[in-house]
Design a protein around this ligand. Sequence first.
Ligand code: ATP
Ligand code: MN
Length: 152
Amino acid sequence: MYERILVPTDGSETAEAAVDHALELAERYDAVVHTLYVVDTDSMSLTLGAEQLDRIEQGKFGEMDEVRERAERATDYVADRARERGLEVVEHVSAGKPHSLIAEYVEDNDIDLVVMGSHGRSGIRRTLLGSVTERTLRSTRAPVLVVDTDRE
Ligand code: ATP
Ligand code: MN
């Protein structure tokens, strides 16, 4: 049923809660776990120049260690939990619009299931779903399992 499960993460607690669900399913179905962090270049466009943004989008973080570290911390969390369970895991960091790159990753890697948090780092819960989750639901045909820590 599920061979490749994607956990998009922004390093938030809610995204981490989704990890447990993803790993439980991965074990059950003997699936490979993929984890993706997208450096949100839109949200950085106010503080970074065009040239810096271009470089990030090409995966060249240069002196922007903080950006890279945050990304790697988030995907490492998922990868470490997966390896503890003896699961195979693929870590990926990219830069651009989070929902577009999540949808693209699903297509390019033949992902069968996406498991993500209802909310993320912004921590504001005015809406039922965060914008990345809502847009991912709209832009991918893969089933999406949404985990909400407030409802667990
Ligand atoms: P908003 O960003 O709309 O203000 P929010 O931060 O509370 O609200 P989202 O950003 O939609 O909510 O986060 C929901 C889930 O989407 C997260 O738990 C995570 O699984 C995924 N996600 C969010 N941002 C990223 C990102 N940059 N890269 C990968 N996955 C992400
Ligand atoms: Mn967010």
